[in-house]
Design a protein around this ligand. Sequence first.
Ligand SMILES: Cc1cc2nc3c(=O)[nH]c(=O)nc-3n(C[C@H](O)[C@H](O)[C@H](O)COP(=O)(O)OP(=O)(O)OC[C@H]3O[C@@H](n4cnc5c(N)ncnc54)[C@H](O)[C@@H]3O)c2cc1C
Length: 512
Amino acid sequence: MEWSGGLAERPGRGRRVLVVGGGIAGLGAAQRLRAHPAFSQLRVLEATARAGGRIRSERGFGGVLELGAHWIHGPSRGNPVFELAAEHRLLREKDLSEENQRMETGGHVGLPSVTYASSGVSVSRELVVETASLFHSLIDQAREFVRGAAAPAPSVGEYVRGALRALAAGWTDREDARRLRLALMHNFLNVECCVSGTHSMDLVALAPFGEYTVLPGLDCTFPGGYQGLTNHIMASLPEDMIIFNKPVKTIHWNGSFQEAASPGETFPVLVECEDGGCFPAHHVIVTVPLGFLKEHVDTFFEPPLPTEKADAIRKLGFGTNNKIFLEFEEPFWEPGCQHIQVVWEDMSPLEDVASQLQDVWFKKLIGFWVLPSFESVHVLCGFIAGLESEFMETLTDEEVLLSLTQVLRRVTGNARLPAPRSVLRSRWHSAPYTRGSYSYVAVGSTGEDIDRLARPLPEDGAEAQLQILFAGEATHRTFYSTTHGALLSGWREADRLIALQDPQAQLPGPQL
Ligand SMILES: Cc1cc2nc3c(=O)[nH]c(=O)nc-3n(C[C@H](O)[C@H](O)[C@H](O)COP(=O)(O)OP(=O)(O)OC[C@H]3O[C@@H](n4cnc5c(N)ncnc54)[C@H](O)[C@@H]3O)c2cc1C
C-alpha cells in the first residue's frame, strides 16, 4: 500500500486536510481553507477526470449545453452563487438588475409559452393560467405545515391529490374539459417531480416541505455555461491541489496512522483509494453525492457510521432528473417561444394506470425549454424525472430520438414534423459517482436527518475532533438540492475546521 500518497513532500507542517469530491462544495471548501495558513497541506481527491461534479457545461450544437445545474435559483444579493457569478461577470446585465433580484416567484416554474395536448390541439392560455394558479396555491399550502399545523397527509403528493379530489367533486365542466384540467394538473405534478428530483411527489414528506427556502430573484442562467463558476474557483487553486481519477474506496477513521515521510506523526484518518493509494490525514471533508453514499454506506467508512447517521443516509431521498437536448434544423415553434408544455389527456393525478415503462416513459417528460443564443441551430431541452428518466438512460440515442419525434408529431398534430437532427442527454442515475440528481426530504425523514448527515465525526470525541466532516448539497437544511446550498455547505465545513485551529479567526460571510 502506498501510504504517503505524495502529500508529505509539501512544505510546512500544519493540519493535513483531504477533500473528497471536486464539485462546488469541495472546491468551495478547498478555496476557503487555502486562504488560511494552518492548512498548507490540502488536497482534493476527485473520482472523475473533471471538476465541477453536477455543474457540467458542454459545448454542443453550436452553443453551451448544461447537462447538470441549469439556473441560479433565487439570484439576489445573499445568494453566494449569484454574488460570485456577478463578481466574475458571468451573468447578463438584465439578470443583475435590481428589478430581477426583487422578483418573488415563490419558487414556482414560470408559465409555458404554449401547451400542446396529446390529441394534437393546443390548450387555451386561460385554462393553463387558471390551472397553474390553482396548482401553485396547493404547493404554497403544502409549505405551510412547517409552521406547526399537523400535516394531514404523509406526502406532498397525497396532500395535493386529496385537495384536488375535493375540488374536482365540485367541477361542473363537461367530461372532456374536466379530463383536460386533470391532465394539466398531472403535468404540473411532474414538473414538481423535476424540481424535487423525485419519482413521485408521494415520496416527498409534507411536514418538512416548507423548510426548503426560496430566495428572491427571477431564476437566471449563465450565457457562457455554469461551469464558468467552478472554473473560476479552480483557477484560484494551485494546479496540483486536485488529484483527478482518484476515486476513494474507504475512509478509515478513529485510527492512529503513520507514514514513513513524517516520522513520529500520527494521523487519525486514512483515505484509501480504489487504485490502492492511501492518504493519511488529520481531517477529511466528504462531499460525495447522497446517491453515492446510499449505495456505499456499508463499505465507505471503517469503522462503519454511527447508526443514526447511516439511517439518515438511507431515509433521505435522492432521485433522478435528466435533460434531453434535441437539435432541429428549423424551429417548429413560434419566435419568442421559451417553454413548450406537453400534456397527456389520458393521465390524471386521481387515477393510477399500471403500464410498462417502455410503453409510457415519455409521458413523464414535462415539455421543453427553448435554448437561447444558439448560432445556426435550434435546440430544445426536455426535462424528465423519476423511474421513467432512469429507464430513458438505458435506451439508445436512436430510440429516444424516435420516441420524442413521435411525441412531437402527435402533440403538434403535424405528422410530417421533421425529426430532430440529433439528441444529447444526461444520464445522472447511471453515473457511478453520483447515482441520481439531487436530494429531497423523503417520507419517513425530516430536516433533522439533514443535520444528522451534516454532523462531523466522531460525534462525541472531545480529543480527536473533526476527523470526518460532511458537506455537499444534501447537507444543507434549507437549500438542499441547489448549487448555493452546496457551496455554503463547503464553506461551513471549512469554517468549522478554521475555527478549531484558530478560534480568533475572522470568518468571511455570507453565512446563510
Ligand atoms: C440535471 C440537474 C439539474 C440541476 N439543476 C440545478 C439548477 O438549475 N440550479 C441549482 O442550483 N442546482 C441544480 N442542480 C443541482 C446542483 O447541480 C447540485 O446541487 C450541486 O452541483 C451539487 O454540488 P456538490 O458539490 O454537493 O456535489 P457534486 O457536484 O456532485 O460533487 C461531488 C463530487 O464528488 C465526486 N465523487 C463522488 N464519489 C467520489 C469518490 N468515491 N471519490 C472521489 N470523488 C468522488 C464526484 O465525481 C463529484 O465530482 C441540478 C442537478 C442536476 C443533476
